[in-house]
Design a protein. Structure first.
Length: 294
């Protein structure tokens, strides 16, 4: 029987949660309200307040072909970064889950990338992928000009995707390893006794059993790809070359703070917020209800 705690003093619970409510209001609800206000208004050319324009900012935004190119680019970025990060983390977790000598050391080492700040990782990867002095740039000594992310757009985007995926491997690794360790050893042992090879046991037994964790990480990584890429882009490419790495979150910053189009940037932020809410809704209403452990 579930037991609940009750407070005789009705003021005490509100006092206990007041600091958290204040933080949520100041850093979440107030900025969201301001973004909504800017998204439906337009600042006067010479000051003097904002004029209500309704959905005109959104209509102009949706009619902009450059914005839709940014949305498509962001979708490609999210899918590739999520796929690389989850595939790498799952591979490491499958190896670390085996009872071998030194496994615990590797389990702790694989988590370290998650502790590195995105701007710091961006600077390091920018150096490694530099066409003049980086590690990857050494191929230019064999094939001159074949690698130069400063002028070739798809290479710059690939560089940011690889860095983002690398940063997320540690986070995904923890969840995948925990899910694999929750599988009873008797299941794998029974598969081995039936003659199933390690690859077959992974495909037929382990992957289906960790499906809830996989779908959870899929949504979380997609959201992270749409919202947490600003630090990498700003330190590695600044949206270039020629907008090749300009994603939705960076376009909001560029249009708002450099282009001074506050209303347009606010409208973009609302669109991004709706996208994140939709992914979160899928996570809680579809994945959590329809995916279960067997």
């Amino acid at each position: 029987m579930e037991r609940r705690a009750y407070y005789r003093n009705k003021t005490l619970p509100w006092l206990l949660i007041a600091p958290q409510l204040l933080l949520v209001f100041v850093f979440f609800y107030w900025p969201t309200a301001q973004a909504l206000y800017w998204a439906v208004t337009l600042e006067q050319p010479w000051g003097g307040g904002n004029a209500f324009v309704g959905f005109d900012n959104f209509l102009l935004l949706f009619a902009d072909s450059r914005y839709w190119a940014t949305v498509a680019r962001s979708g490609i970025y999210a899918v590739l970064a999520t796929g690389l990060s989850m595939a790498g983390a799952l591979t490491l977790a499958l190896f670390a889950d085996r009872q071998l000598k030194g496994t615990r050391l590797f389990q702790s080492v694989y988590i370290w990338p998650y502790a590195i700040a995105a701007p710091a990782a961006g600077v390091a990867f920018r150096f490694m992928f530099s066409p003049q002095a980086g590690l990857v740039g050494m191929i230019n000594q064999v094939w001159p000009g074949i690698w130069d992310p400063s002028i070739i757009g798809w290479q710059a985007l690939l560089m940011v995707i690889v860095c983002h995926a690398w940063l997320g491997i540690g986070y995904n690794f923890v969840f995948f390893l925990a899910a694999l360790q929750m599988i009873p050893r008797t299941i794998s042992e029974a598969g081995a006794m039936d003659g199933a090879r390690p690859l077959q046991r992974m495909l037929d037994l382990q992957l289906p059993l960790i499906a809830p964790t996989t779908f959870f990480l899929l949504i979380i990584n997609l959201i992270s790809s749409f919202t947490d890429s600003f630090g990498l882009i700003d330190t590695m490419t600044e949206g270039g070359p020629v907008g090749a790495t300009e994603l939705m979150v960076y376009k909001i910053y560029f249009d708002g703070f450099k282009g001074l189009d506050y209303s347009g940037a606010a409208a973009q932020s609302i669109v991004l917020m709706v996208l994140v809410i939709a992914l979160t809704f899928i996570q809680f209403k579809w994945v959590e209800r329809r995916i279960h452990y067997t």
